[in-house]
Design a protein around this ligand. Structure first.
Ligand SMILES: Cc1cc2nc3c(=O)[nH]c(=O)nc-3n(C[C@H](O)[C@H](O)[C@H](O)COP(=O)(O)OP(=O)(O)OC[C@H]3O[C@@H](n4cnc5c(N)ncnc54)[C@H](O)[C@@H]3O)c2cc1C
Length: 419
């Protein structure tokens, strides 16, 4: 044991994806020293749809307003997106701009970017006098003493024992921190599975790079997506509840390729398209039920805390956002030297669910409604004919109160009786 290096810090973060980076950015702002440990070496890939929403932009802007400018100045990596195309189970498409009342100064509310590039951008931005990064590192164990966490790590053939009063699980879907501390709750209760494929040469994409969600009857309440990327590339994938896969014995890969080859709306657009790279799958732990996000000396952020939007599958923004809130809670905990479960619950879990809980509830309700294709067809048919309904749906992307309407029966009754 003589050559074990001992390090002490204020916070240990496992995982340097959006959740870990988000936590680190704000800890650095508060001058709180921390060590970030990731098993991969960056740049590294992450299976994803590669679509970033306004929440991602919001957090990045809060860290440093110049960063979004830097992002949008790299057209080879980032593609601004101005809206979303919904395709109902009956094949009818509805284009919904994100900013219906935009001016020439309006910035695109969302963008797409291969995660290989985006996560590397975030990774490099963590550099700060308060942050020590160990990438390509192996976490061997996580142990607790009375008031400290001790993590054994191998990095560059050196053994480390790192101690801190708190550890952050930002280590994604298969989080070891979650497994260690939430043994009764190690597996997320609600889970979806997704496949991602990169194609080039797909035709019929929107001129303003709208992202496309195709609610195919055989995949409900999941969907197939087509997201344009820079340089003529496209991210194509499917996301579906694990429960649905099990019940209907679906082979996801076969189903996706079948739709690409045979669906009358989709297949012609792939006539000259080429699959680049292999098709890869990954899990999506969804935020359907409130779950614990902290306890004595630990907190969970991003996918480790099961914070993916149950309707849209968006998790990058929530990972960054939860990291921001976790850092704010740590600032309070450091101030009061209190890392107890009771303190962290109030400072982190309660704050996060107060801010995002309603959004999760609405999305979970929308996901349940998607099980009914006739309802989906009905709304899209109506919106197809009604400019004001299209505008209402459009505003729902930025206005949560308005979006809540979508989960209420009265919304559907209203559009049934109004033209
Ligand atoms: C198919 C699919 C499509 C998706 N599409 C979208 C989309 O279009 N838009 C969107 O917003 N979200 C999307 N998501 C969700 C999104 O990818 C995740 O929510 C997001 O990556 C969560 O970020 P994170 O930092 O919590 O976890 P990750 O991004 O998974 O980062 C975790 C980090 O922890 C590291 N790590 C893991 N285990 C260990 C360990 N034992 N020791 C050390 N380090 C470890 C990993 O190397 C990784 O760097 C999609 C997900 C899937 C599966």
């Amino acid at each position: 044991m003589a050559n074990v290096q001992k390090l002490e810090t204020s916070v240990i973060i496992i995982g340097a994806g959006p959740a870990g980076a988000g936590t680190s950015f704000f800890l650095s702002k508060y001058s709180i020293p921390h060590i970030v440990i990731d098993k991969e070496i960056f740049p590294r890939d992450k299976v994803c749809g590669d679509a970033c929403s306004g929440k991602t932009a919001l957090v990045i802007n809060r860290v440093n307003p110049e960063w979004l400018g830097e992002i949008l100045a790299q057209p080879d990596n980032y593609l601004p997106s101005w809206g979303i195309k919904f395709v109902a189970p009956n094949g009818k498409a509805l284009d919904i701009p994100f900013s219906p009342k935009r001016t020439p100064e309006t910035k695109a509310p969302g963008f797409t970017v291969p995660r290989l590039a985006f996560d590397d951008f975030l990774f490099n931005k963590m550099a700060s006098p308060h942050c020590t990064i160990m990438q390509g590192a192996l976490v061997k164990s996580i142990n607790n003493t009375a008031d400290e966490v001790c993590v054994e790590v191998t990095h560059h053939a050196t053994e480390y024992e790192i101690t801190a009063p708190v550890i952050i699980g930002a280590d994604g879907d298969k989080s070891i921190v979650r497994k260690k501390y939430l043994s009764d709750n190690a597996a997320p209760k609600t889970y979806a599975v997704g496949l991602r494929a990169y194609y080039e040469g797909i035709t019929g994409l929107h001129t303003e790079n709208f992202i496309e969600l195709h609610f195919l009857p055989e995949m409900l309440p999941g969907y197939l997506w087509i997201f344009p990327l820079p340089n003529g590339m496209t991210n194509v994938g499917v996301g579906i509840l694990s429960e649905t896969i099990r019940k209907r014995k679906i082979n996801l890969r076969e189903q996706m390729l079948y739709a690409i080859k045979n669906n009358p709306q989709i297949a012609p657009r792939f006539a000259n398209a080429k699959l680049i790279d292999k098709i890869q799958g990954w899990g999506l732990p969804l935020a359907i039920e409130r779950q614990p996000l902290s306890g004595d000396s630990f907190m969970l952020t991003g996918d480790a805390g099961c914070l993916i939007d149950p309707f849209s599958g968006e998790g990058i923004g929530n990972a960054l956002y939860s990291g921001m809130l976790a850092a704010a809670a740590i600032k309070e905990a450091v101030g009061q030297n209190n890392f107890s479960a009771a303190f962290l619950k109030v400072a982190y879990d309660d704050v996060l669910y107060k801010r995002l809980g309603n959004e999760f509830k609405v999305s979970a309700a929308l996901q349940r409604l998607c099980k009914y294709p006739w309802l989906f067809n009905f709304v899209v048919n109506k919106a197809y004919r009604s400019q004001s309904l299209r505008e209402t749906i459009s505003c729902m992307f930025t206005d949560m109160d308005l979006r809540e309407q979508l989960s209420k029966p009265s919304f559907y009754l209203k559009i049934l009786f109004n033209k």
